[in-house]
Design a protein around this ligand. Sequence first.
Ligand SMILES: NC(=O)c1ccc[n+]([C@@H]2O[C@H](COP(=O)([O-])OP(=O)(O)OC[C@H]3O[C@@H](n4cnc5c(N)ncnc54)[C@H](O)[C@@H]3O)[C@@H](O)[C@H]2O)c1
Length: 319
Amino acid sequence: MAQETSGRLADRVCVITGAASGIGRATAERFLREGAHVIAADVDAERLATLGGVIPVVGDVSREEDARRMIDTAVERFGRLDVLVANAGVIPLLSVTEAEPSDFDRVMAVDGRGMFLTCKYAIEAMLVSGGGAIVCTSSISGVAGQARQAVYGPAKFVASGLTKHLAVEWAEHGIRVNAVAPGTIETERVAAARIEPGGPEYLTEVVRAHPMRRFGTPRRSPPPSSSSPPTTPPSSPAPSSRSTAATWPTDTGRALAARRARVPRRWSEARRPARHGPAHGRARAGRGSSLPVGAAAGEGRGREARAQQDARAAAAAPR
Ligand SMILES: NC(=O)c1ccc[n+]([C@@H]2O[C@H](COP(=O)([O-])OP(=O)(O)OC[C@H]3O[C@@H](n4cnc5c(N)ncnc54)[C@H](O)[C@@H]3O)[C@@H](O)[C@H]2O)c1
């Protein structure tokens, strides 16, 4: 099926970091279809070489000289930089007890310092040309707590935080800074977790925490009119050109969903008559659900069965 394009990024000069794979690669491919000039930066030279149509820059975002070169390439080739997508990152899924201090340092160097450096040099360039837009790839882990994210999650809070501070500081100069906060996206990194010890159980738990009960995929996104408002250039007439300092969730509802409590059936049955009375409870719960009234209102047997399945799976999952 032909993919819809808007041409909204026609002739925009865009740097995308972490562009060799996953979300960054899908973004680069999309930007190319939208008519952008794409400078694709990544530490992985081999994979980057397989991405056609871009100007590749091999480098490590955590190194000053490399980060500067990524931005300078845009200015040298096109005379300006319009958009930075600060996306490069590493994603170790470790609990605090499993992690070494060096794991934390590594994530902070790439996801934290790397984002700081590329944003810094991008803003310096945008100040010369009169404005631009930056999108930082944060995460659900940069707006909420999750298990096994003690190493990775704090660096994503850096992304969300840097976004807000830079947006406020540079708004008057025509530079907008927004973040996207994906839930779990089925990239190769996530696929790899499926064969790591405890990975399948962990991913099963994570997908349950997404109200739409599915992960995203890097390429499965609606057209830019709705999907990429943060990248809308400052001169665009689109309403999103007013957007700055925002963290846009692309998480199938995960961030705002309170994790569904697993309520044992016997526990709820014992309490319901005392709190609500049997008739009241059954009427509100509908279709004979035995979940507590508040949790089951408007829900049916399917939900109840899933809750029981979840409780069994949770009991079996490694802690
Ligand atoms: N996959 C998810 O579920 C998910 C969810 C939320 C946020 N994110 C974020 O999205 C971004 C991309 O993740 P992804 O899932 O596409 O991962 P990925 O591993 O597929 O892609 C990351 C890319 O960054 C590159 N990279 C790593 N270290 C680098 C460095 N020092 N300098 C330059 N490039 C470097 C890698 O070579 C790779 O090409 C990350 O910032 C990640 O935190 C991912």
